[in-house]
Design a binder for this molecule. Structure first.
Ligand code: NAG
Ligand code: NAG
Ligand code: NAG
Ligand code: NAG
Length: 450
């Protein structure tokens, strides 16, 4: 298994420092347990950490618009300040260095670089300056910059003008945006990703409507202003995939990046186990993996959607022209993987044919416990995340077997800080669950590459 690069969330970095405080059976797992060319780093995304959403010439992104227009849909939170990285990046980079990080994966805010969304309207010099300063500061501290082009936050202007990723116009605007990034930053940034988690973007943005752009069928979620959960997730993903391919075309043409740079898409599969031993549940697991992973992975490797989805979805799944298919084929130098958790999958026997939607198209249900009431893994405080470390190894092996052993980079893994305001500093720092989570996942990762 060619896994070369690990970028988990920040706290993993403690592992190298805290290794002596781990339980005796886990001692001995450290950097030397991995090949020399393994890269350990941290990851973040522009909307989640930059703040300064209306400073430096930046226009509102879809997340600024969504969180300000429908605050009740984002728990009254927005990204106006976030962790104020825009102003504090030098200090944050110092922390990364103290933690002995090799790399930092961050995303560029399209709305900061090109406020109207369209290159012909002009590139924001202050935006270029900020990302140049960030990249230079990282390099000066011995940290490799790894840039994501799209982490969910295109300019709202493009949404207003033509509906963002529902329109093929988005492919060309994304192409132009990406070309500017390669030309401005490609001399120093070697590692690039195109689209981060297309599955989450389209399912949460167009089927359930609980993330920006917040569209869905009215009967799915009455908070949605408009949308169609039966068709839009597939259309938006189609355009995201083509936007990815267009960016890769530009990347491979660009003098600055063509030499030793690498570019790829980032997917976010869970691992799935059958709810019971029934053939129906076993088949359902195959469908779950097909939609979670193969939906976006088959196109960037083979140039087309998986047969199983084409057959099942008919004309709700858009199709690629011969030219588009050629552009998509072999368009990812590596497969980027964000892995967090796993679930049991049960076959869902009945779906109302009058109400099709993405969520039930695969006729499956996610479960936390299996038929003999065994829980998929230990549960983190909030019951959101279950630690399923062996799922990481299994998903890596699934990719290896199904896609002829491509290079895989793990781009995210980890658990959020849990702080509801009631815990003391000591309690927050004593995050034994998280330390064990990372420890277990690294152990499974090590097994996978042996
Ligand atoms: C960039 O590539 C183009 C076409 O491949 C070539 O004409 C041009 O000279 C190159 N520029 C540099 C600076 O290498
Ligand atoms: C549930 O999971 C446990 C642990 O993996 C396993 O031993 C058991 O056989 C599973 N039950 C079913 C019905 O698959
Ligand atoms: C895939 O693309 C890469 C980068 O352009 C190239 O080096 C490689 O030969 C291609 N592989 C195939 C099978 O076309
Ligand atoms: C840290 O947390 C663990 C597990 O929750 C607990 O057993 C231990 O006593 C805690 N240690 C301290 C110093 O609070």
């Amino acid at each position: 298994m060619k896994v070369k690069f690990v970028i988990p969330l920040l706290i993993i970095l403690w592992l190298s420092k805290k290794i002596t405080s781990l339980p005796p059976e886990s001692r001995g797992l450290d950097r030397r347990s991995f090949p020399d060319n393994f890269v350990f780093g941290t990851a973040a995304s522009a909307f989640q950490y930059e703040g300064a959403t209306s400073e430096g010439g930046k226009s509102p992104s879809i997340w600024d618009y969504f969180s300000h227009t429908f605050p009740e849909r984002t728990n009254m939170q927005n990204g106006d300040v976030a962790v104020d990285f825009y102003h504090r990046y030098k200090n944050d980079i110092k922390l990364m260095k103290e933690l002995d990080m090799d790399a930092f994966r961050f995303s560029i805010s399209w709305a900061r670089l090109i406020p109207s969304g369209k290159v012909k309207d002009g590139v924001n010099k202050e935006g270029v300056k900020f990302y140049n300063a960030l990249i230079d500061e990282l390099i000066a501290n011995g940290i490799q910059p790894s840039m994501s082009l799209y982490h969910w936050d295109h300019p709202q202007a493009l949404e207003d003008e033509y509906g963002g990723f529902l329109s093929p116009q988005m492919i060309e605007d994304f192409r132009d945006f990406s070309r500017v990034c390669f030309e401005e930053f490609g001399d120093r940034v070697r590692m690039w990703t195109t689209i981060n988690e297309p599955y989450i973007i389209t399912v949460a943005g167009y089927d359930t409507g609980n993330k920006a752009v917040g569209r869905c069928s009215k009967w799915v979620n009455s908070q949605c202003q408009a949308g169609d959960s039966a068709t839009e997730p597939y259309i938006a993903s189609h355009h995201l995939l083509l936007a990815h391919a267009a960016a890769v075309q530009e990347f491979r043409k660009c003098n600055k990046t063509s030499q030793d740079g690498q570019i790829g898409i980032v997917l976010s599969p869970l691992w799935f186990e059958p709810y019971s031993t029934s053939p129906e549940d076993n088949e359902a697991v195959k469908r779950a993996l097909a939609i979670e992973l193969d939906w976006h992975l088959d196109p960037v490797i083979h140039g087309d959607y998986p047969e199983i989805l084409k057959k099942q979805l008919g004309n709700r799944l858009p199709s690629f022209t011969a030219e588009q298919s050629k552009m998509l084929k072999n368009s990812s130098d590596f497969i980027g993987l964000n892995y967090y958790t796993g679930r049991y999958i049960a076959h869902l026997p009945y779906v109302d044919p009058a109400r099709p939607r993405f969520n039930t198209d695969q006729q499956l249900e996610w479960r936390v416990t299996n038929h003999s009431n065994h829980q998929i893994g230990p549960e983190e405080d909030r019951g959101i995340l279950y630690s399923v470390p062996e799922g990481l190894r299994k998903v890596l092996n699934y990719i290896k077997d199904r896609y002829n052993n491509p290079t895989v980079y793990i781009k995210e893994n980890g658990i959020n800080d849990y702080d509801d305001g009631t815990k003391s500093r000591e309690e927050i720092l004593n995050d034994t669950f998280r330390i064990k989570y990372h420890e277990d996942h690294l152990q499974q990762l090590q097994k996978a590459i042996m």
